[in-house]
Write a protein that binds this ligand. Structure first.
Ligand code: SAM
Length: 258
């Protein structure tokens, strides 16, 4: 179960992975959309339950890698309910700005409500958009972030090129994503958890086992650490590096633009 990831490009026959299924390329965004519309209501609760709260720590580490400064303009892609946006908006201050984006209206609406509830109204802007086609000028942002979003994107290489395009020279992109457990004896335990416990939790808490099965499968299909770093380099980023967290369950990649 553990070694299916790697080839994230569309196949010659015009199909692409959606978890372990092969679907027509043009179908993937719709299927991913269904997943996130379905999980939007319980998304934050499920994140806490599934990761036993660890996702907060991972996101905190990601923010440290972003090194946001007062006055920065930051793009948060696939922002969902806005954990990163919220933390970043506090760090850039009133003279900075965070643009919170997502392809899914239900997720972005939750994120926007959350920012308003938290009083983050002056320095957060919103855009409903696909990470593969960003409606922003070249060299516009000091930083670009994407947390647990890239593996859901149909053409990851296109999204990475877009991230590079909108970055100012001197800026960098930070990608927080599930990755490859690097301690082999832990892998069967992690597989058991991912393919048995997660769908069960999904069924009990969100009445949706299928979406959480997709989650586990999409993680296994996502390129592992070195491969993602190579994809970032191919998209134009320099000095690509990554930091493993929780034995590689997740990794934080960075790529720089000079
Ligand atoms: C697992 S959630 C992550 C949300 C948030 N960043 C977090 O860390 O909690 C993945 C998000 O990616 C969004 N997404 C999926 N495909 C996308 C695409 N092509 N462009 C932009 N967002 C996308 C989904 O709508 C969903 O909100």
């Amino acid at each position: 179960m553990n070694d299916r990831s790697g080839d994230t490009r569309s196949k010659r026959d015009g199909t692409i992975d959606f978890g372990y299924q092969q679907v027509p390329v043009q179908e993937k965004a719709r299927r991913v959309g269904q997943v996130f519309r379905s999980v939007a209501d319980r998304y934050d609760l499920m994140n806490d339950l599934m990761s036993a709260g660890l996702h907060r720590l991972w996101k905190h580490q990601a923010i440290n890698r972003v090194q946001p400064r007062r006055g920065h303009r930051i793009l948060d892609l696939a922002a969902g309910t806005g954990d990163l946006t919220l933390a970043l908006s506090k760090r850039v201050g009133p003279e900075g700005q965070v643009v919170m984006t997502d392809i899914n209206e239900a997720m972005l609406a939750r994120g926007r409500d959350r920012m308003i509830d938290a009083g983050r109204v002056d320095n957060v802007r919103y855009a409903l958009c696909n990470a593969e086609a960003l409606p922003f000028p070249d060299q516009y942002f000091d930083r670009v972030t994407i947390a647990f979003g890239l593996r859901n994107v149909t053409h990851k290489d296109t999204a990475l090129r877009e991230m590079y395009r909108v970055l100012k020279p001197g800026g960098w992109a930070t990608v927080l994503e599930f990755s490859r457990v690097y301690i082999p004896p832990l892998r069967p335990v992690y597989d058991l958890y991912s393919f048995r416990v997660l769908p069960l939790m999904g069924r009990l808490v969100a009445n949706d086992a299928e979406s959480y099965r997709y989650l586990a499968e999409s993680i296994r299909m996502h390129p592992p650490q070195e491969q993602l770093a190579a994809m970032m380099a191919e998209a134009g980023f320099e000095d690509c590096d990554y930091l493993n967290l929780s034995a590689g369950v997740v990794a934080i990649h960075r790529g720089f633009r000079y």
